[in-house]
Ligand binder design. Structure first.
Ligand SMILES: Cc1cc2nc3c(=O)[nH]c(=O)nc-3n(C[C@H](O)[C@H](O)[C@H](O)COP(=O)(O)OP(=O)(O)OC[C@H]3O[C@@H](n4cnc5c(N)ncnc54)[C@H](O)[C@@H]3O)c2cc1C
Length: 407
């Protein structure tokens, strides 16, 4: 046995790091928290993904003392343009354009590079008393009435009262807990890279709906943008084989000429796209958070935001229970968390699936129907405001951290 604790979090990526920091602060550093991550701290800092953080996620990172580190590098999204055209069209006319702000002219979304977000979270957790970090792999666990025994690589063991799996979409712990999933593969691959452009983006994010899948242009600092591009699988594999000039030509065809000449400005990476939903969010003394709970299509850039909403709700449920002198693995606290997150998780995932199915095809009939639908949204400012507020994570029962209050 190498340690006893109140809470063990497995997975030291975005969800796990944010949860460790949030629980420690909410419980005034009185809980013993252990964070286990199998990779060395710097290993995944090369991820070229950039994240569209909602205003709610930003508020939470402010409350956790992480935003100050990110602020100089975070790019506000002032407006969003949406187009819907065939790949060979030379011009991609804007179908709908949003002013992406919520009350008080606050941007509804901020773009943050994944490597910066992770290093800001790592730095904050490193300075948090009450959190110990172990770099090792969790192999199995067993829950009993009094706690959970966790087997680590190298025949070591941890004992705790609540185990949280923030171990990503392939979550070995979710399987070990006997939680089943609903999952299917998308016939698409997600390609991500960074480009530099001649002219400034002026804070405009663009979503080109193309038959192979959505091609998103997310504004970054300087004259740079992150491309998050879903493409039909075989075509994506062929594009990924191209040399830099060929790869850039494929991007130029989709990007358009709005911002002048383009150049590659970062590595390319790709991910198979998969829908995954855990059938339950908890088991005795066990909870799922982040992609371990669900993995959604990147079409709306909401996967991490959903994970941070898990973190905010779980922190509130566990901290409220512990302040009453209850066990962190208290059944009622975990049931409250599961009830709180179930609806948002399922409805969001279903909406992103529907959007991808509706837009990622070459049917002229479907294009006419969806363009008529978008035309209605364009003409109704109230509906647009509602959609922006939804994407900002400000609707429904919002956990305290997402409102900018300590949990
Ligand atoms: C192409 C693409 C673009 C995206 N764009 C956006 C976007 O714009 N906005 C957005 O909100 N979301 C976006 N997402 C989704 C986002 O990337 C994920 O939701 C997020 O990375 C999930 O974070 P996580 O911390 O839950 O899991 P992960 O980042 O998967 O981390 C899991 C961690 O657990 C560790 N681990 C696993 N098993 C063990 C074990 N047994 N022992 C110890 N450690 C273990 C792993 O090493 C890993 O570090 C995108 C996803 C894709 C594929």
């Amino acid at each position: 046995m190498i340690g006893k604790s109140d809470i063990v979090i497995v997975g030291g990526s975005f969800a796990g790091l944010a949860l460790a920091r949030a629980l420690a602060l909410a419980l005034a550093h009185q809980a013993r928290i252990i964070l286990v991550e199998r990779q060395p701290a710097g290993a995944t800092l090369v991820d070229p993904r950039a994240y569209a953080l909602s205003a709610g996620s930003k508020r939470m990172l402010e409350t956790l003392g992480v935003w100050a580190d990110l602020a100089p590098h975070a790019e506000p999204v002032r407006a969003i343009d949406i187009t819907d055209s065939a790949l060979e069209h030379a011009i991609r006319p804007v179908l709908i354009s949003y002013d992406n702000s919520i009350a008080g002219n606050e941007p509804a979304t901020w773009i943050v590079e994944g490597a910066r977000l992770r290093s800001a979270l790592l730095a904050a957790v490193g300075q948090t008393s009450g959190v110990s970090q172990f770099q090792t792999e969790v192999q199995s666990f067993a829950a009993d009435g009094a706690g959970v025994s966790i087997a680590l690589a190298g025949d070591r063991e941890l004992r705790t009262r609540l185990l949280v799996a923030a171990d990503g979409r392939h979550s070995p712990l979710r399987d070990a807990a006997g939680i089943k999933t609903v999952r299917w593969s998308h016939p698409q691959i997600g390609i991500v890279t960074t480009v530099a452009h001649e002219r400034p983006h002026e804070g405009r994010a663009v979503q080109h709906f193309l038959p192979g899948g959505p091609f998103a242009i997310l504004p970054l600092g300087g004259n740079r943008s992150c491309i998050t591009w879903s493409e039909e699988r075989n075509r994506a594999l062929a594009i990924l084989q191209l040399d830099d000039a060929g790869f850039l030509a494929e991007i130029e065809q989709r990007f358009g000429h709005r911002l002048g000449a383009l150049a590659l400005a970062g590595p390319r990476a790709h991910w198979p796209l998969e829908f995954l939903m855990a059938r339950a969010l908890t088991a005795p003394r066990f909870a799922l958070a982040g992609d371990a709970a669900r993995s959604v299509h990147p079409i709306a850039g909401q996967g991490l935001n959903l994970g941070l909403r898990d973190v905010a709700a779980l922190t509130e449920c566990v901290a409220d229970a512990m302040r009453l002198g209850l066990d962190p693995g208290d059944d009622a606290a975990l049931e409250r968390y599961a009830r709180w997150r179930r609806f948002d998780s399922i409805t969001s995932a279903a909406a992103f699936e529907a959007l991808n199915t509706l837009f990622s095809n070459d049917s002229a009939l479907l294009r006419a129907a969806r363009d008529a639908g978008l035309g209605v949204v364009e003409r109704l400012p109230g509906l647009k405001r509602m959609l922006v507020s939804e994407a900002a994570g400000q609707t429904g029962e919002v956990p305290r951290l997402l409102r900018g209050e300590m949990a």
